[in-house]
Ligand binder design. Structure first.
Ligand SMILES: O=P(O)(O)O[C@H]1O[C@H](CO)[C@@H](O)[C@H]1O
Ligand SMILES: O=c1cc[nH]c(=O)[nH]1
Length: 242
């Protein structure tokens, strides 16, 4: 038994979609041809099913890198070979707005965890074939505006007495901020599996005002739906290329 996910060893599919929110796991699972819940411990809900004949596991990792890293490690231990994060993000690019999507090529490691795993010079990069498959899948999604680029993974969400470095990374052409991709990309690279991410924008946060954060709007739900469609179709494409 994997102790944090509380699922049997060897029960994880080769293809895995992950997200922060356990409720989103069900939202994704409802798109599958069939599914069953195989575990639900803490914030970690895990279901397994099939999409167009490809076995896929959907799992939640909660908010923030330390908890998510546990999930990524156990998913890999359990059999994952390709992990795609289907998440939300704040835009750091004035041209990428609420309801748009971001495909991550890599992540800035402002996460406070991965420097305890490997020196900071080690890059947090998405797998090229996952990025390419997501982009190809997006060609089949209607009414979508997306950008492929770097994201910032930050552990702080609400600022303290220090400012969050959002303007700084916006000025270095980082496209969006979120809270788990760097750990996913570093751990995937260390363990020799593929990873990528597709993220729905829930606000432009260059001049960050956390009081304006509202991921519960229709425009965000619609973008998450598009991200799910692209991620599932990317899985089918990658499986067909094996
Ligand atoms: O929508 P998810 O996948 O949770 O992703 C984003 O949303 C959470 C913040 O509210 C963080 O987990 C961040 O990375
Ligand atoms: O980390 C996150 C996730 C979504 N939106 C944000 O502004 N930040």
């Amino acid at each position: 038994m994997l102790p944090i996910l509380k699922v049997p060893e060897g029960s994880i599919s080769k293809y895995v979609l992950v997200c922060g929110d356990p409720a989103r796991v069900l939202k994704i699972a409802e798109r599958l041809d069939d599914f069953e819940e195989i575990g639900y411990n803490r914030e970690y809900r895990t279901v397994k099913g099939h999409y167009r004949g490809v076995e896929v596991t959907i799992a939640s990792h909660g908010v923030g890198v330390p908890g998510a890293a546990l999930a990524f490690e156990e998913l890999i231990k359990g059999g994952a070979k390709t992990i795609i994060r289907v998440g939300t993000c704040g835009s750091l690019d004035p041209n990428i707005r609420d309801g748009d999507l971001v495909v991550a090529t890599g992540a800035v490691r402002e996460d406070g965890l991965t420097d305890q795993l490997v020196p900071i010079g080690y890059p947090a990069i998405a797998d090229f074939s996952v990025v390419r498959s997501l982009e190809v899948a997006l060609l089949g999604v209607r009414d979508v505006n997306y950008k492929t680029g770097m994201v910032l993974t930050l552990s702080a969400f609400y600022p303290g007495v220090l400012d969050l470095p959002l303007k700084l990374y916006s000025e270095t052409n980082v496209t969006a901020v979120e809270m788990e991709c760097s750990a996913l990309f570093v751990i995937a690279s260390l363990r020799g599996i593929r990873a990528g991410a597709i993220l729905a924008v829930d606000g432009v946060v260059i001049d960050y005002n956390p009081d304006e954060y509202d991921p519960h709007r229709t425009v965000v739900h619609k973008a998450v739906d598009k991200a799910i469609t692209a991620a599932l179709n990317a899985v089918v494409k990658m499986a067909s290329e094996e």
